[in-house]
Every structure is written in C-alpha cells, then in structure tokens.
Ligand binder design. Sequence first.
Ligand code: TEU
Ligand code: CA
Length: 575
Amino acid sequence: MTDACPPRPWWKDAIFYQIYPRSFQDSNGDGIGDIPGIISRLDEIAALGVTALWLSPLYCSPDADNGYDIADYCDIDPRYGNLADFDHLVAEAAKREIKIIMDLIINHTSSEHRWFQASRRGEEPYRDYYIWREAKENGDPPNNWTSFFMGSTWEWDDQRQAYYLHLFDAQQPDLNYDNPAVIEEVKQVLRFWLDRGVAGFRCDVINLLHKTSFDDGRGGPILRGIEHYQTQLGTHRILQELRREVWEPYGAFTVGESFGVNLPEAQALTNPDPGELDVVFYFDHLEVDRIINRYGPKPFSAAKLMERLTTWQHGLDWNALYLENHDQPRIVSHYGDDKKYWARSANLLATMLLTLRGTPFLYQGQEIGMTNFDYTSFDQLDDVESFNVAALMKRFGLPRGLRWRLIRQASRDNARTPVQWDSWPGAGFTTGKPWLAINANATWLNYAAQDSDPHSVLNFYRRLIRLRRSCPTLLEGGFEPLYADRALMIYRRTPVDGSADPAYTIWLNFSGRTVKLPKAWLEASLTDARADAGPSCVVSNSGRHSLKGVLLPWEAVIIREGPPLAEGTEGTDES
Ligand code: TEU
Ligand code: CA
C-alpha cells in the first residue's frame, strides 16, 4: 500500500501577473486605470499565458500611498468602479481560466478608516485598534524608531492627546495586533473577498504585524527599531491562526511580502507544519547592486546574483519568482541595458525568470520590456517615498544633481508609469490626462507594435511561458548552479523522477561584451551525436541554433540535454 501523493497545488503551475490598476487601462478618460479597463484587456493577458492575477489595491483609499492606505476594506474605490464591476471581473477572468488574488494590507489602515477615526476619539470597541502611546515627559515620541518613509514612526494626535505608531506614512497608522478584536476584523475581511470568489492574497509587509517591544532601536537613521517588529513570534502565531481558520478552509493561496527576511525566517513562514504562508516575496536577489536599500547603488555581479539565487532555490522548497513590482525600478533598466541591448537584455531577464524553480510573477509592462521613466525633474514624481527620501538626502547635504540621479534610478514611480498599449497620445492607456506621465518611448515601445512582431520581447515572453508550461523539468525539476563570474551565469534544471523530459541548461551573459564560455561546461553539454554542431538551443534570444564557444552581449540560451527536438520546436530568436 502506498499513500496517495497530495495533489500538486494549482499555484505551483501558475503564471501570475501583477496589475497596478491605476496605471493599467483607463476606460472612461479620467486618466486613472479602472476595473472595466482591466476587463477589456483580459484577452491580452490570457494570450500571454497568464493564469492568475494579483491586483494591487482597489479598495476605497485617500491615496496617501496609492491605495496601500485603505479606508474601507469591503468596498471598491469609486474611481476604479464598484463591487458589481469587481464581480464581473472575477467572472470574466474565470471564463479564461484566470484566478484572482487580492492585495491584503493589514499592517496598517488609512487614517481615514472609520476604525481610526473612532479610535482617536477614544470610542469603544476601537480604542485599542491602533498603537497609542503617551509622550515622554519632555513631549518627545515614546521611542526613537524611524519609518520606512523616513522620519519618526510616531505622530502626535491632538484629539487623542497621544502618539500613534506608523511604520509607513503618518496617514497609515499601524493596527494593534495585541488586540484579538483586530484579528477577528481581519478574518471578516478575508472571508468577504473569498466569498466573492478570489483565490487568495498577496499579503503586504506581512512579517511586520506584531510589535514585540517598544524599546528604543539600534542603528542609523533608516528603519531604526526594526529588530522589535521584523518577523516576530507574535506574527508567526497570527499567521497560523489565519491559515487554520480562514485560508485552509477556503483553500486560499497566500504569498507574503516579507521585508528583510533571511532564509531561516522565510523557511519558518512557509513551513507547512504548522502552516502560515504558501510562499514569500523576499528582496535579496534584487539587492545585489545595492548598499542597504534601493537608494545606495554599487556594481552588479552575476556571480553574486547566482550565489543569492542558489541560496533561495536550495533553501526553500518553492519560490515566488519576481524581478519587478510596483515598488521596484523596471528590471531592464536595473539589471539589464535599457539602451543599446534593450530587447536582448529584456529577453535575457525573461529567460532567467521563467527558468528558475518556483512560481513566476510578472509585473504589468514587463512583458513588453517597459523601462524606467524618462522624467527630468522632481515635479513629475508622485510617490510619497521619493519625496521623503529626497528631503532626507537634502538634509544630509547631498547636492541636487546627485539627489536627482539617485531618485531617478530608484523611485517607485519608475514602475508606475501607465502601460504602453499603443503609439497614440495617451498610449492607449487613456484618452484623457494620465495621472502620471507616460514615458515618451511609448511611440515605439508598446504592446501593439510587439503583438504581431515575431521577434518582439512580448512574443519572447509568450514563447517562454509556453515552453515552461510544457516542460515538467522547468516546472518541477531541481536547480543546480554550474558556473558564474562577473558577467556569466550557467545553471541546470534537473529532471523530475520518472519523467521523460531531460535536463536543461541555461546560459546567460549579463554584460554588453562577448564572453568566452568555460570549456568544461560547454563540453559537458555536448552529446556525441551533436558534437560537431554544438549543443542545440531550445530558446535563444539572438537567433542562434547551437551553442559554440562564446555568448554574445546579453545573450541567453536554453539547451535541452538529450536527444534533439522534433522539427519546428527550436531556435527561438530576436531580431
Ligand atoms: O511595501 C513595503 C516594502 O517592503 C518596500 O518595498 C517599501 O515599499 C519601501 O519602498 C522600502 O524602501 C509594501 C507595498 O508594496 C508598498 O507599495 C507600500 O507602500 C508599503 O508596503 C506600505 O503598505
Ligand atoms: Ca478611469
């Protein structure tokens, strides 16, 4: 007798696509993307091979942090539509076999939420829904913590005559997770959306929920105090309770954005016993070229990236794979080359994302290789974080030019410019004035131009997604690092037991130079039958069919080990 294997969960085979609704598709000319707009683009999303959507917040919000400050968890902001539109979206997506997960922001609410309004008046039962503390004798805040968006984490409230905690903006007061009533409220919110047919949640800064102590923090001006609230025991307990009582009974999927987690913490958050989250978003692999955070650049190295990827590929059973989201610069402008080798480097990054072990999450516009914004001055920005960071840099005496350079490459607005659907004014995003300026490169870098071009970034993504979904090795196989240096990265996906699908090796050149391939690895990939021609490529972003001694600038190649493929399945190329 053998125990039946538990069925493989749907999300392991999923291709997720994140929508930042404000910037996705406007349907009524007010310059702000909306739900009818999303519905109108479902065919494009389905054509890419996407099977699940993560929707950035659509809830009622005064937009101090673009919806990450929620004023009503159980309603849609009128600018995006209404609950009927939302239900329609869920139904239309389901017709295309696309599931939907919501963004769940429960570390904090908006200061306009009725819970906070009642709490600041001292009304029960809301009095202790938030974290209130008295001022020190001299009137100072209760401790020295500093927020994600710079400055103190404490804001004085005249009405309540006390300070409240906010890890992010002052208009984002933190909920008090020592109060069981707050956890009960959260369960109601979860059930509300699950009952409407959503398949799960992307959980915003989920590892910061429980604050263990309010002692002074150590460290410099950034994130002082984080040791008192990052991935605490109390947070593990809350997640276990939510999983047991809500997620598990509904079969809901959860991906937790986990700020600053290390591997052991991520392992604990995703350990099926007792069970908290399914997968986590960590930041490690995006920080290879950063000191401390996005605003402190240092040189990139493929070897360093490989080292970090390997840690996570081996350390977790399953990874949430991503290179972009609404908080990060565009990957082609970050790890790629958004100038001379724009398409080829975008395709190389696509190759990496879609050949690692885990569930890939694409971000809107990534599939056409959208780049960072082309703004030239501070007044074109919108993001609260960019303004606060710029102000802090000014206080530290950084000259204006340097401030702009750092903000320009790291601002979250880089990812928030409207999706470039076509080359018309408004880029097919809006017929009105877009809430955030559209990149001028929309005239040539757009969906319409790429849709029918077999050599486009878009079609490269489509092909890779198809390949991934048809190869058990790419879906479920193991990961083995083979070689890396400053520019080059080579790894292998190893076959699944009992599967006919062989191993694949992935060869990536993260540089604008032609590099020689290490002979040992090249030979290892050669089979006798094809030794003369060189190993044959299932995918190449340069149009090559076999691998010889070098990789061209930003070249990416996938080699299928074992017998050659049938005619017509190999040699994917780019112009
Ligand atoms: O992000 C939290 C986070 O960990 C960072 O990426 C953060 O945005 C900051 O830029 C660090 O420098 C989540 C959301 O994704 C983000 O959009 C929200 O602003 C934030 O939480 C607060 O809800
Ligand atoms: Ca609109």
